[in-house]
Structures are given as structure tokens and as C-alpha cells.
Design a protein around this ligand. Structure first.
Ligand code: PEP
Ligand code: MG
Length: 753
């Protein structure tokens, strides 16, 4: 059974579109269950369940027969969200007869709902003539099948709007999560991980003959590589192993493989895309085989496929031209990918994976680039060169937008510009409430570009300088003197204001290409201070560079990420003091910088008092703290709606930290993304946070909201919110308050839908 399940899912996954997918499902399920009918009914926008595919019922009924939610046997399965297993369907009170289907011949009926993310998408039905119930094994198989296929069907349904064969542009909207606010309208450039057979962007080929010639050259290059490889390894391989190289060569010489690719190039696709399609189909065919030996051959075809693809893509990558208003789209965008696009061309980012708390989204916010994350249903490889709207307010994108939608968004872009102009007047005004309560607004930085914008927007200090960013943009660890120069730039730019430098915070989703960490559970693994305490040479070089850079400026604070215990703080402090003493001995005229703790692990919340007693300041990393308190991966789009920064447990923890830190006379800041949310900022001010640190983009909005209220009002709102039982109620309460205070319009443009 497991093998059948796996092979059906694999085949469905490789289907060209929804229609194809449904036909594969009904044919394969019917065959595997040895039944006489298998059908799929899908729900439409009007809650009607229409027969979309069937193997066994009259084909003329497909697309015509439908039942409303709760009506007929199919409607009943959908409304009850459970399987219905009958030995004689006609005897059931809900039975409805549709003469077009010819189903009167079939007595036994087994229907199971197809449910995706709590939503009933449709119903999967098998039928047979015998008057006998399907057995428990059949029922279990169909339920498992439906659960496995629901994601594929949802995806196929969502992506169905995009067609490539005829290259017709059809407007389609896809949703994800807001990554960075703002709206962008531009042209898609798909950033594909090279040599990924399953992520080759579709591009139109304008000169088929040249492309075919290029394809043949690439095949020849791989043939030569394989021959050379075979020669080099000759003495180390036995005869059987050497035979693999011959098998590769014969696959490459296989005329049918080549001619399939050539035919697709002639139809208008570039060679890389055509090759990836053909190889993908061959891999699927091998994977679906029951013979173990033949199934293993799938890996060889894949390997060969990648070798050829690397030649085919090499030139595409080299000649990549970024149009004006580039919208970079990819399976999983990374910081390095952003770096590939010239700054003046990049206007928007869309990532199929990740969520608003992924680091690439944080970078995008720092760079002020409208971004949408976790658009899981986006058929991104087909979108290269298409027009797209990125709505970073609502976390949605529109591909091939029509003139109506484009006009709407053009209005938003104009509104945004006006909003920003209005903020310019705020730059030199203090951040204080109407009743003169002063709040410090600092910024989070990582790139030099942040510095310029932060100063333009009136930042009073840096609450978080993410030192891992310059580490991520290199291909080796920067030396102590390289680091010193980078840190000096930051410290000088803000002097005499404070710059809080966080020691290297890698691990989790922040990987350094030259220091790979392979873990099953990276967010609970080797991260932040855990790595640097295990590698004192890296830590010492970094804090030495920071302190040397601060000479004569004395505006440095050092902050430790991921502290989960008092010994971790003590050990880090000891290393910093050691580095300081050495530098003084070496003749540097420096002061020992204040040393602070990031509170981002639940353990640190419960030990806030002990940690505060041993630290000079505290700063809450609410991004990680939320992820760990709620046990929700900050990068996982599937659980993104469970990542609730205003969850009562999070708010209570935030309140507790301020209380405990202040009891020890230590100041507290917050540098997670929550501080940059104008609505949440009101709560944080009322809780007593001394500093709110955020991306420069959000600073004017937060300032404007704080200047518009009185502290007592914020305290009243906080008191109301703190007794509410869930995040939705809390958000509604905040929204109501903002609306009454007339400040909703500052948060997002009114016309965005
Ligand atoms: C946080 O976790 O809130 C934080 C500021 O750190 P980062 O987002 O870089 O992990
Ligand atoms: Mg963190």
C-alpha cells in the first residue's frame, strides 16, 4: 500500500495542471483499489461540489453534475467532514440520482472529504456494482490518499490560472505573508538556485536554431567530462562501476532524449527549461517503477540531468540582465541573492518559502523593499519576465495584473510617497507623547545603507547592529582588522549616540556559506552565543575589533544573543573583559563597554532578574522569543498564522521582563520587529520599555503614532488588552482604539485591498 501511495503521489506531483492531476488520481486510485469507479468532486466559489474527473462514470457528466454543500451523498461527506461508507447508496435518505452519470449501476459507495488547512476542497469517491461495503482497509487507504493529495490539489487549483504553453497573461492573485511594507510594480526575475532541476525558470527562446546548437554543445561538453572522469577513476573502479560511465554516455547519446528536448525548444522554450522538463519526466518514470534496480536509475538520470543543466545555465546566469523595476522572485531568497541585483533596479521581493520573520525579510525591511514571503502556491518558475504587483502590506502578489488592479495600486504607490513626505517634517521633533513622556527610538542596522537612512529619519541610536550581516556577505570570516574597519564606520556615523553591537549570531536560518552547520533542528541547536562560546577565537577577535573601533568614540555597547543561563553570560563577560585587558595592555585608550543580554529564550524571561543583576542593560529579541514561547518556527509558512506577536503569553512575558529588569535598576530595550509595529509600540511604551529599536523604515510611523497619544491612554489600552484571552481579541481591541484615535490611516494606505 505504501508503495502505491507513494507512486500515486509522485505521479500527481508531476502533473502539468489541475485537470491532468485529477485524471491521474481517478485512474490510479481506481486501479489500485480494484474498484469500478473513482471520481473527484471539487468545491467552487459558490459552495457547489462539481464532478471534475471520473474513471467509471459517463465522461459527459464531468463538469455538469454538481451538488450543493450538505446535499446528496457528496454534499453530506463535505458538510460532515467524515467518510461515508454504504453498501447500497440508493437506500440512503440523502441519495440524489443524476441520470447523466450512469451511476445507478453502482450500489456500494465510499466517499471521503479532501481537506486542506481545515478547508473542505472536495470529495473523493469510489463506487462498485456489488452490494457490499468497502472494507476497513479500503476506507483507511482512501482517507490516507485524500490527506496526501489535498496539498497537491490545493496547489494545482491555486496555480491553475497561469498558462505557459500559449503564453497568455491571465491575472492571478497569490497570498503569503507580509515581509516588508510597501507596494511595488515591476518585472519578475526568477532567481533560481542553479543546477536545481526542479526550479528552472521558464523563458521564451527567440532563436530556436541557436538554442538547439547550444544544447548540443552542452551535451558534448558533458560527454567529454564523463569520459575524462572515467579515465581518471579507471584504476580505482571495478568493471561494474566503470560501466556506469558507459551507461551515462549511452543515455546522452540516446536520440529520443535529445529529440524530445529539441521539439520543446522549437515550441518556444529555452534549452534549460526544456531539458529540465524532459529529465523530470524520465526521473518520474523511473521512480514509479516497481523493480528496485530500475527505480535506483532515477538517481543516475537526475545526476546526468544536473550535469547538463549546469552547462545550460552557466551562460544564462552570466548574461542575466536585470530590467528596471526588477521584482526578484525565488523559492527561498537569501541575502546573497539580493546582492546580485543592482540596487537601483530592485523594487520588490517575493519568496515562496519563509515568513515575515525570516532574516531575508528583516533585511528587506531594513532596505525598504516591499516584500512578500511564504507564497507557497506561486508557480514561480513560470513567471520570469511577467509583470507583477507586490503588496507588502497584505502579503499578496498579483501576476499579470489587468489595468483595473494596476490603476488601484498606482494610487497606493502615490499615497505612499505623500505619506513619506509628511514624515519628513517629523525628523527633528522629539519622540514624546502628548503629555510629554519621552521615548527613545533607535534603529536596527546591518548594512551601511541602513546607516544613511537611519540618520535621515532621526534615529537617536542603534539598538541592534546585526554583525552577522557583513559576515554573510563574504566568502570567509572577516579578519580582525577588516571587522574593525566595518565597526568603526558604524560607530563614527552615529557618534556620540550609542551603537549596540550584537556578537555574531549565526545558526538557525542564518548560515555562513563558509561555515556550514548541518542540524535536524537548527533553531534548537548550535546558535548565537552557543557557537561563539565554543569558538572563543572567533568571539575574541570580534570583541577586540569592536573595542578597538570604539577608541576615542566610547559609544559602543556589546550585546549577547541567545543567552539561556547565567553561566553563559558570565563566560561571555569574562572573555570580553579578557580582551579589554589585553587591549589596554597593548596601549589602546578604551573604556570597557556596557555589556547587555538579549532576552529571546523563555529561560531568560524566568531568569530576567538574575541576568539583569549581572548585566548593564537588557534587550528583548521578540522575534525569537515569540517563536520559542509559542513553539512556532518563524520561517515556516504553514504555521505563519500561529506566529502571533500579540499572543497573551508573549505580552505577559514582555511585561515581566520590564518589571524584573527595572527592579534591578537596569534599562530595557526591545529590538524585535514588534517595536516597529506602530500599534504594538503603544503597548510597549505603556509597559515601560526605555528604548524601542526598529528598522529605519518604521521609525517615522512609530514616532507619529506616539506623538499622537497620551501616556495615560496607552496605559489604559494596555490594561484592557492584558486581560484578554487570545491574540485575535487583542488585535481587535488595538484596532478599535486606533480607529477611535483616528490613526489607522498611518499604518497602511486606505486603498490597499
Ligand atoms: C530577535 O530575535 O528578536 C532579534 C532581534 O534577533 P534576530 O531577528 O536577528 O534573530
Ligand atoms: Mg534573535
Amino acid at each position: 500500500m505504501l508503495n502505491s501511495l507513494r507512486s500515486i503521489v509522485q505521479e500527481v506531483n508531476a502533473a502539468a495542471d489541475l485537470h491532468d492531476a485529477l485524471n491521474i488520481i481517478v485512474r490510479r486510485v481506481k486501479e489500485t483499489m480494484k474498484t469500478q469507479v473513482c471520481s473527484v468532486y471539487l468545491r467552487d466559489g459558490k459552495d457547489c461540489f462539481t464532478l471534475m474527473a471520473s474513471d467509471g462514470l459517463n465522461p459527459s457528466a464531468i463538469g455538469l453534475v454538481g451538488m450543493a454543500y450538505g446535499e446528496g451523498l457528496v454534499g453530506r461527506v463535505a458538510s460532515r467532514e467524515e467518510a461515508l461508507n454504504l453498501d447500497d447508496a440508493e437506500l440512503h435518505p440523502d441519495y440524489q440520482y443524476f441520470s447523466e452519470t450512469g451511476e445507478e449501476r453502482y450500489a456500494a459507495f465510499l466517499g471521503v472529504p479532501i481537506i486542506h488547512h481545515r478547508h473542505v476542497l472536495g470529495v473523493l469517491v469510489v463506487q462498485q456494482a456489488d452490494r457490499r461495503r468497502f472494507d476497513e482497509g479500503d476506507e483507511a487507504f482512501l482517507i490516507t490518499m485524500s490527506a496526501q493529495l489535498s496539498g497537491v490539489i490545493a496547489h494545482a487549483k491555486a496555480t491553475g490560472g497561469i498558462t505557459i504553453a500559449d503564453n497568455k497573461a491571465t491575472e492571478a492573485r497569490f497570498t503569503g505573508a507580509p515581509g516588508a511594507q510597501g507596494v511595488a510594480i515591476g518585472t519578475v526575475v526568477v532567481s533560481a538556485e542553479s543546477v536545481d532541476l526542479y526550479a528552472v525558470p521558464y523563458q521564451i527562446c527567440t532563436d530556436a536554431e541557436a538554442e538547439i546548437e547550444f544544447f548540443h554543445q552542452s551535451l558534448t561538453s558533458v560527454r567529454n567530462d564523463i569520459k575524462a572522469l572515467g579515465e581518471t577513476l579507471k584504476s580505482r573502479l571495478n568493471r561494474e562501476e566503470r560501466a556506469l560511465f558507459d551507461a551515462y554516455l549511452s543515455m546522452l547519446n540516446d536520440a529520443s532524449l535529445g529529440s524530445e528536448v529539441v521539439a520543446r525548444i522549437r515550441k518556444g522554450s529555452i534549452a534549460a527549461y526544456a531539458w529540465s522538463e524532459v529529465i523530470g519526466e524520465h526521473v518520474n518514470n523511473f521512480s514509479a517503477m516497481t523493480d528496485d534496480y530500475l527505480r535506483e536509475r532515477a538517481a543516475d538520470v537526475r545526476d546526468l540531468g544536473r550535469r547538463v543543466l549546469s552547462y545550460l545555465q552557466e551562460s544564462t546566469q552570466k548574461t542575466r540582465i536585470y530590467p528596471d523595476n526588477t521584482i526578484l522572485v525565488g523559492e527561498e531568497l537569501t541575502a546573497t541573492m539580493l546582492g546580485e541585483v543592482p540596487k537601483d533596479k530592485l523594487v520588490g521581493l517575493v519568496s515562496v518559502r519563509g515568513s515575515s520573520n525570516s532574516h531575508v525579510a528583516i533585511l528587506a525591511r531594513a532596505m525598504d523593499i516591499p516584500t512578500v514571503m511564504g507564497v507557497v502556491d506561486l508557480p514561480y518558475i513560470r513567471l520570469d519576465g511577467r509583470t507583477m504587483i507586490v503588496d507588502g502590506y497584505h502579503g499578496s502578489v498579483v501576476s499579470d495584473p489587468g489595468s483595473e488592479v494596476t490603476k488601484q495600486y498606482q494610487v497606493i504607490v502615490k499615497e505612499e510617497k505623500e505619506l513619506i513626505k509628511g514624515f519628513e517634517a517629523l525628523k527633528d521633533l522629539p519622540c514624546e507623547t502628548r503629555d510629554n513622556y519621552r521615548v527613545s527610538l533607535w534603529v536596527n542596522t546591518g548594512l551601511m545603507a541602513d546607516v544613511v537612512r537611519s540618520l535621515e529619519r532621526g534615529a537617536e541610536g542603534v539598538g541592534l547592529y546585526r554583525t552577522e550581516v557583513p559576515f554573510m556577505l563574504r566568502d570567509r570570516f572577516p579578519s580582525e582588522s577588516e571587522q574593525q574597519a566595518i565597526y568603526r564606520e558604524q560607530l563614527e556615523a552615529f557618534a556620540p549616540n550609542t551603537v549596540t553591537m550584537r556578537t555574531l549570531d549565526i545558526g538557525g536560518d542564518k548560515a555562513l556559506p563558509y561555515f556550514p552547520i548541518e542540524e535536524d533542528n537548527p533553531f534548537l541547536g548550535w546558535r548565537g552565543v552557543r557557537i561563539t562560546l565554543d569558538h572563543p577565537e572567533i568571539f575574541l577577535a570580534q570583541v577586540r575589533a569592536m573595542m578597538k573601533a570604539s577608541e576615542g568614540l566610547d559609544n559602543l555597547r556589546i550585546m549577547l544573543p541567545m543567552i539561556a543561563s547565567v553561566p553563559e553570560l558570565e563566560q561571555s563577560k569574562a572573555l570580553i573583559v579578557r580582551a579589554y585587558n589585553e587591549l589596554v595592555e597593548e596601549g589602546y585608550k578604551i573604556v570597557l563597554p556596557p555589556i547587555g543580554v538579549m532576552v529571546e529564550v523563555p529561560a531568560a524571561v524566568y531568569q530576567a532578574r538574575e541576568l539583569a543583576a549581572r548585566a548593564d542593560f537588557m534587550s528583548v529579541g521578540s522575534n525569537d522569543l515569540t517563536q520559542y514561547l509559542l513553539a512556532v518556527d518563524r520561517n515556516n509558512a504553514r504555521v505563519a498564522d500561529l506566529y502571533q506577536p500579540c499572543h497573551p503569553a508573549v505580552l505577559r512575558a514582555l511585561q515581566q521582563i520590564v518589571h524584573d529588569a527595572h527592579a534591578e535598576g537596569v534599562s530595557v530595550s526591545i529590538c524585535g520587529e514588534l517595536a516597529g509595529d506602530p500599534a504594538a509600540a503603544l503597548l510597549l511604551v505603556a509597559m515601560g520599555y526605555d528604548v524601542l529599536s526598529m528598522s529605519a523604515t518604521n521609525l517615522p510611523k512609530v514616532k507619529s503614532v506616539i506623538r499622537g497619544i497620551e501616556l495615560v491612554q496607552a496605559e489604559k489600552l494596555l490594561a484592557e488588552v492584558m486581560v484578554l484571552p487570545d491574540a485575535d481579541e487583542i488585535n481587535r481591541c488595538i484596532d478599535r482604539y486606533l480607529k477611535e484615535a483616528g490613526i489607522t490611516r498611518l499604518l497602511r494606505p486606505s486603498t490597499a485591498q
